[in-house]
Design a protein around this ligand. Sequence first.
Ligand SMILES: [Zn+2]
Length: 133
Amino acid sequence: MRPRRPDLLSQYYAQLIQYLRGSLWYNNLMGVRPKDTRTYSDRREYIIKAVSKRRRAVKTLAIEYKGGKCQLCGYDKYQGALELHHLDPEHKEFSIGQRGHSRSWERVKQELDKCILICANCHREVEAGIISV
Ligand SMILES: [Zn+2]
């Protein structure tokens, strides 16, 4: 008797099923969430980059929203030298760089409406009382 030829079709299906079981698609379909074994230290670099990317994007949006230039002298050369000055003295500074960035854009806009966009020079002069706003 000749040895049985391996059944190529069932081998193919067995391999396909094995492949699918490891796939995200299959796990999602079956409601299985593979355990996320990444730790904070694995993702630290990524998270830091993602947060600073978002901060820059929000600052760019905020500057556009506020007209793109110093509202006192018209300076518009460098985004890094444009700052937000809170008109309510209770909140002297609106720091887009801190908590501001984790807020939704709607919340950021609400805050922006209470601020003026001015350049660093004008900001210092405002703080020193040389100019009043
Ligand atoms: Zn200015």
